[in-house]
Design a protein around this ligand. Structure first.
Ligand code: NAP
Length: 254
């Protein structure tokens, strides 16, 4: 089940967190994996038996070179996971055009370039999985600039599913809630864990491996009739207020 034997896959942002979990899981499932990251983390990625190419996904020419490198090294490209991302929070009142543009370049333009360059090289039966965020589908204080570009990824997923469906290429999206990675834990890790405990239905933060499992399914032939969809992997946060959250609100409301 979810066998990836012989499939040639690219995972961006493979040097850390969710991308690292996806690359290792794909490798264990039999895929030929080309990991990419903005920093030179080749030694780490290669230690899992994957290949590596340093790539800045926000530069379209580098995404083109990455997709071509997979074809040159593996003879084909079957799977692309557009996972690389950056994060920082600020209220919209303090929105900064340079920071907003960086989010757009890494997330929206990066995913758009990935779809374009991979789509041009993929054969029928291939799959693209884009990583969005729960912030794309709910309002979250201080996450406006980031969230807008993550919502763009859901939109790109839907358009790409329409445009590449006739070529037999599926395009889906996975939207994480709070996952325990360097990105999520960079600031105030105690508060992050507490938020996850209170706001998710499962009462805890997610693990990168739990994200990788969902991406694995979406990338595999077992998802052969699924395209254009966004799967929220968020411990049920997006479903509605948790019992714990309601109890906390009631206990502090006077
Ligand atoms: P992470 O641990 O910071 O990993 C992200 C990786 O992407 C890092 O290695 C990062 O390198 C790399 N990267 C950043 N900019 C890049 C660029 N321009 N080109 C290539 N690589 C680049 O974060 P993560 O939590 O695993 O995040 C993975 C994805 O999940 C991101 O798209 C993120 O937005 C999304 N997500 C995460 C969470 C969460 O709670 N963790 C929630 C929702 C969505 P540097 O470290 O050098 O910047």
């Amino acid at each position: 089940m979810f066998d990836l034997t012989g499939k040639a896959a690219i995972v961006t942002g493979a040097g850390s967190g969710i991308g690292a979990a996806i690359a290792q899981r794909f490798k264990a499932a039999g895929a030929l994996v080309l990991g990419a990251d903005i920093a030179d983390v080749g030694a780490l990625v290669e230690s899992w038996g994957c290949q590596f190419r340093q790539t800045d996904v926000s530069i379209p020419e580098e995404m083109a070179a990455l997709c071509q490198a997979a074809v040159d090294r593996f003879g084909k490209l079957d799977i692309l996971v557009n996972n690389a991302g950056v994060a920082s929070a600020a209220p919209l009142a303090d929105a900064d055009p340079a920071r907003s543009e960086r989010f757009w370049r890494v997330h929206t333009l990066g995913v758009q370039s990935g779809i374009k360059e991979a789509g041009a090289r993929m054969k029928p039966g291939s799959a693209i999985v884009n990583i969005s965020s729960i912030t794309a589908v709910r309002g979250f204080v201080t996450w406006g600039e980031y969230a807008a570009t993550k919502a763009g990824i859901i939109s790109l997923t839907q358009t790409a599913a329409v445009e590449y469906g006739p070529a037999g290429i599926r395009v889906n999206c996975v939207a994480p809630g709070i996952i325990e990675t360097p990105m999520a834990m960079a600031e105030a890790p105690d508060m992050v864990a507490r938020n996850a405990a209170v706001f998710t239905q499962l009462g805890r933060i997610g693990r990168p491996e739990e994200l990788a499992a969902a991406v694995h399914f979406m990338a595999s032939d077992d998802a052969s009739y699924i395209t254009g969809q966004t799967l929220l992997v968020d411990g049920g946060w997006s479903t509605g207020p948790s019992i714990k959250g309601i109890e906390l609100a009631l206990s502090t409301s006077g």
